[in-house]
Design a binder for this molecule. Structure first.
Ligand SMILES: [Mg+2]
Length: 310
């Protein structure tokens, strides 16, 4: 996947981290210890023609850029606090509309916009950098151990179904489109998982098939995932079937659900489930192997891939 080759090539050139850096680039957020407090930091960029097309109102693009960053803080078990936002477009009016969505998301997720930059650009682009803090130890991608169960929050595939609807034109199921354009990151569940002792966590931005591979790679483990257990809502399933798409495969590869995938002992999963209103569905287990394995209808599925941003 080319995006990850680029990230690997350039992060390999980073100098040795100073003492304050607890966890350098490579997780959902980097982690730094400052003045006795632990902070997490990340950035994420959305570009017209790559991440969205003309069907996305600029307000939704701005909203989603903040939401995607909030989701990365959630994946560490952190509390989102501050953003810096930069954006550009050919038309200043479009930038202003995008920033409306940014501010709406800031209110919604209780983050404060510290500032940023704006410029003319050939196409709408928005970049958000986020800071969050931690009241617990961070939950890293590297803490999955054989015997842990793998669980996902909420539902999968709705965002991809919404994207398919936006691209197809015609009938657009409003709930699915909203799941794509205005994702709801799982901050409360992430914080509960960190407090209650989850082993590893990642947010599902590129798609379960791709994101679980990051978790396995960083933890040095394998896993088995049963695609029949993926939480796919009835309207998602019905819409995907109407487009002649296999709902479980779309749910596994579609991306941009901004749900959390966590690895934890069974009793911890049970406690997290009791503490939150968001459904938590066990979809598989961590194994001593080195690769994720996926099964569909009892048969192994090979070559499940996620979304490549290049
Ligand atoms: Mg992430």
């Amino acid at each position: 996947v080319r995006e990850f080759d680029v990230i690997r090539a350039f992060s390999a050139r980073f100098p040795a981290p100073p003492e304050a850096v607890i966890e350098p680039a490579g997780d959902d957020c980097a982690v730094v210890r400052l003045g006795g407090e632990t902070w997490v930091a990340a950035a994420d960029m959305l570009v017209s023609g790559r991440h969205f097309e003309d069907w996305a109102p600029p307000e939704d693009v701005g909203y989603k850029a903040v939401a995607a960053n909030v989701s990365d803080v959630a994946a560490m078990g952190g509390i989102p606090r501050f953003v810096l936002v930069s954006g550009g477009a050919p038309d200043p009016e479009v930038v202003l509309r995008c920033m409306e969505g940014v501010l709406e998301a800031c209110r919604e997720f209780e983050v404060y916009p510290l500032g940023g930059d704006t410029t003319g650009a050939d196409a709408l682009v928005v970049d958000v950098a986020i800071l969050g803090n931690l009241e617990t130890e961070p939950i890293l991608r590297s803490g999955a151990r054989p015997g842990h169960l793998l669980a996902v929050t909420g539902e999968l595939g709705a965002s991809a179904a919404g994207l398919i609807a936006l691209q197809a034109g015609g009938r657009k199921p409003a709930r699915l489109v909203a799941r794509h354009l205005r994702p709801r990151p799982r901050v409360a569940v992430g914080r509960a998982a960190a407090r209650l002792g989850a082993g590893a966590m990642i947010d599902l931005s590129d798609g379960l098939a791709s994101d679980v591979r990051h978790l396995c790679d960083r933890s040095g483990v394998g896993c088995r995932i049963d695609l029949d257990r993926l939480p796919v809502a009835d309207d998602t399933r019905a819409y995907l079937l109407s487009r002649v798409r296999e709902p479980r495969l779309v749910a596994a590869t579609g991306g941009e659900d901004y749900e959390l995938l966590l690895a934890a002992p069974e009793d911890v999963i049970g406690t997290i489930r009791e503490e939150t209103e968001v459904p938590l569905t066990v979809v598989g287990e961590v194994t001593p192997g080195s690769q994720p394995e996926f099964a569909l209808g009892g048969r192994v599925v090979a070559n499940l891939a996620g979304w490549d941003h290049f």
